[in-house]
Design a protein around this ligand. Sequence first.
Ligand code: PRP
Ligand code: URA
Length: 206
Amino acid sequence: MLTVLNHPLITHKLTIMRNEATSTKDFRQNLDEIAGLMAYEVTRDLPIKRVKVKTPICETEQNQISKDVVLVPILRAGLGMVNGILNLIPTAKVGHVGLYRDEETLEPHEYFGKYPKNLADAVVMVVDPMLATGGSAEAAINMVKARGAKQIKLVCLVGVPEGVKRIEAAHPDVDIYLAALDEKLNDIGYIVPGLGDAGDRIFGTK
Ligand code: PRP
Ligand code: URA
């Protein structure tokens, strides 16, 4: 299932990020803030359990989240979304998937993988700002599934129909969340209109 979060606060901040004149500092800050806003929506269906609590007034039964949450950023750019989500879910654990896209073939190459132990029982959020061909997200989801993950959400900032279709075909069980669904990929695999190279803009490497 695809959910596009067309919220004015999110689209306003995303417009700042799209602007090529935006500094590294402001790009990073807006990404952090959008990730937090997205987390609010992405966690809407987290499972809950009833627990007893004693207020200063009486004993009562109320709701608590019943599953662990694991964030899995795709290195590098996914790192830019981690803190914003952790601000809302401070108990979440964080795994890391290292993938880079070959600039010629656009195929993802794995260079790192480190995960917490509880993937099988957790709600696993794979995070990456860009869903372009979908190759990186597909590979990252394969990696967490191989470690036992069953309930997986893919949380990206900007996607295109090509990437969404690829994930829906490869992983129909995964819920996809985007802040924006853009038009298309250009002939070198960049999202149009997009925001350029997310990793380079977050880390100031170009
Ligand atoms: C970017 C982006 C995604 C990937 C998306 O990463 O952060 O991981 O490309 O493209 P795809 O959907 O076509 O796979 P990149 O490989 O440039 O690495 P980086 O994060 O280290 O810059
Ligand atoms: N990766 C990026 O960082 N940007 C794009 O537009 C596509 C892939």
